[in-house]
Ligand binder design. Structure first.
Ligand code: MIC
Ligand code: SF4
Length: 637
């Protein structure tokens, strides 16, 4: 049978199971990455697994999110991660080296390998033909400890890109088009595999931008073939030896297909407050802009930065706009400083930030009240910027730079630009930010600062319990809604009790006092519950607050796994109604949790049945019954 690229790579890495969509498969993992806000928890869990050294070919611990050090907390977490890295065989990428996905693409990602990362945008590496999957910290810890992972075999969605795009089109416009077509749930259960004659016009970094925002489709991952453009990129990065040619078979059979004609594509924009609220820039241009931000793991490559430089060359930005720029890696910043690009940006009036996530995760640069912020980022969820009433628009760096110049949202095609970006033959390296594993691991002490608190432990599933509805939410609840993340809160990612007080803060301020008073409760969600980030805090904090089950219409992939890993039942609502504080009786759960059948719970307050089901693999059912992954793993040993 003709094979897709995804199938070929899964076959090479398959250690158990069958490659049939919906079935559980065990895969060999070659590489892992963590970042600091999910890393502390991942490494605490890794330590609990008691192994001597990681079992992967290459594991890297990045520090890129928690970069403001307004107190000891972030610095303590960095020191903890560095000590674990040096002791257990992990490369430590210091603060300043750059954003995990960009640095990983430049230095470590390899075509044909499997990479797992404790960050939802790990699929960025699909741009050079790797299978790169975002997961919760615990799943990444397991992969580091065993060199293996277990996933549900996804279906494969073919996005065929045809014809040549106009030179103003960025990978960002292409993925925004896909999001417009498919919505934030359209990729759930799929790997997005890109093919077509149009891909020859896309550089690895444009492809990486597209794969990066596959996370916003809810996809398991996204992947491009590895071809001459991949070889060019790896050669520029001084790693030509990592190149392997990878293609799907011609006429490979896919589960679904979409065709996008790149030649008719125009610059696109995602309007507040969802990445799929996409229209052409032209249709809303003229909107007055307060802030423009260029950077993030989506659009911070050398070429993206140089396009901004070329648009701003010899000009100054609009007086009412604050332009902030974060190059994706220290190496890109170095190249810009050497080729004069940095000087152009400064002369134009840009604020140059560290190479880090920065404003993308609300680490500074929160917009003014009711401000309009135009960003080259990937998420525009309400409140994520740090300003609850700000309006965030997601665009390409080209549209961002044009808008900074004009002071209003501007279609860059109107500026008649003629880009002539000369990429260096060799990008060179900055090595000063990497710390390699110690040759004397026995001498390394794990640095545990006071900010690092133990994580809550789950207990085995009870056969019977009653609990009240503590919150009723809507469709597309994000992990940013569940555990807000901005400069004031991010330093507490290793302190669940502290962070718990902010759970659902932007959705319902009364939730935390209510659930604390109730001593626990049930959360009711809509479609796509838990979309967005991989943060397992969005499961650990509800566990800490006494949530035993979530009942929703559907779940985002990573969050659903995180709930299972901490022993919270992710139930699917089939039929039933609830009001806040209704009392729900759960009975015969041990039996129900072990079968793939609908079952009833009883709404005591309304004297009515509610029909739910648990869609899970046999292994996931075991995990839930044993009370989360760590208890399950103990039961096997
Ligand atoms: C994000 O973009 O939301 C983050 C911050 O990178 C998260 C990880 C986290 O919450 O720490 C992600 O995308 O997984
Ligand atoms: Fe960092 Fe933003 Fe990328 Fe998340 S989406 S990894 S916060 S740059």
């Amino acid at each position: 049978m003709k094979k897709t690229l995804t199938t070929k790579l899964f076959e090479q890495h398959l250690r158990a199971g069958e490659l049939k969509a919906g079935q559980e498969i065990r895969l060999q993992v070659n590489q892992t990455l963590t970042q600091d806000t999910t890393g502390t928890m991942a490494y605490l869990q890794f330590l609990a697994m008691d192994v001597d050294r990681v079992k992967t070919d290459c594991s890297v611990a990045y520090i890129d999110h928690n970069m403001l050090q307004t107190g000891f907390e972030n610095a303590d977490d960095h020191a903890f991660i560095q000590s674990v890295a040096q002791k257990y065989g992990i490369i430590f990428s210091k603060p300043g080296a750059g954003i995990c996905h960009q640095v990983h693409l430049e230095r470590f990602a390899k075509p044909g390998t499997i990479l797992l990362g404790s960050d939802s945008h790990t699929p960025t590496a699909g741009g050079l033909g790797a299978i790169a999957i975002g997961m919760g910290g615990l799943d990444v810890a397991v992969a580091m400890a065993t060199g293996l992972t277990t996933i549900v075999m996804p279906k494969i969605y073919n996005v065929r890109l045809i014809n040549k795009p106009k030179s103003i089109i960025n990978g960002k416009d292409i993925i925004l088009k896909v999001l417009q077509n498919l919505s934030v749930t359209g990729g759930v259960g799929f790997v997005m595999e890109y093919t077509g004659d149009g891909i020859q016009y896309l550089s690895v970094t444009d492809r990486a931008t597209i794969c990066n925002m596959g996370a916003e489709l809810g996809a398991t991952t996204s992947i491009f073939p590895s071809d001459k453009n991949t070889l060019k990129y790896l050669t520029q990065q001084g790693r030509a030896e990592d190149y392997v040619e990878l293609y799907p078979d011609e006429d490979a059979i896919y589960d679904n297909q979409m065709i996008i004609d790149l030649s008719v594509l125009n610059p696109m924009v995602a309007q507040p407050h969802m990445p799929d609220n996409v229209v052409e820039v032209k249709s809303i241009q003229g909107l007055k802009v307060d802030q423009v931000a260029v950077g993030s793991c989506t659009n911070s490559s050398y070429t993206d930065m140089m396009k901004v430089v070329s648009i701003l060359e010899g000009k100054t930005i609009h007086p009412d706009v604050s332009l902030v720029i974060s190059p994706g890696s220290a190496n890109i910043l170095r190249l810009l400083s050497e080729n004069g690009g940095l000087s152009t940006l400064i002369s134009a009036g840009a604020r140059i930030l560290e190479s880090s996530c920065g404003p993308c995760i609300g680490m500074g640069q929160a917009p003014r009240s009711n401000g309009i912020s135009v960003r080259s980022f990937n998420r525009n969820f309400k409140g994520r910027s740090g300003t609850a009433n700000a309006q965030v628009y997601l665009v390409s760096p080209e549209t961002a730079a044009a808008s900074a110049l004009m002071g209003v949202l501007t279609d860059p095609s109107d500026l008649n630009l003629d880009f002539n970006i000369q990429e260096p033959e060799s990008f060179g390296h900055v090595d000063g930010y990497f710390v390699y594993p110690s040759e004397h691991p026995e001498l390394i002490q794990i640095a545990l600062g006071p900010n690092i608190q133990p994580f809550p432990k789950a207990s085995p599933l009870e056969d019977k319990f009653s609990s009240k509805v503590a919150l009723i939410t809507h469709d597309n609840i994000t992990t940013d809604d569940i555990v807000p993340s901005y400069a004031k809160l991010l330093p507490y990612r290793s302190n669940i009790p502290y962070l718990a007080d902010y759970c659902f803060h932007g959705v319902d301020l009364e939730f935390v006092p209510r659930i604390k008073e109730l001593g626990g409760g049930i959360i009711i969600g809509g479609e796509n519950y838990g979309q967005g980030s991989s943060r397992e805090h969005a499961a650990l904090i509800p566990l800490y607050l006494g949530v035993k089950a979530v009942i929703a219409k559907s779940y985002a992939r990573i969050h659903r796994s995180n709930l299972i890993n901490v022993g919270i039942l992710p139930l699917i609502l089939v039929d039933g109604e609830f009001d806040l504080l209704d009392e729900l009786d759960f009975e015969q759960l041990l039996e129900h949790a072990s079968k793939n059948e609908e079952f009833s719970i009883y709404n005591k307050t309304k004297n009515k049945k509610i029909v739910v089901k648990l869609i899970a693999t046999p292994r996931e059912r075991e995990i839930l019954i044993k009370g989360g992954y760590l208890n399950y793993a103990k039961s096997l040993s």
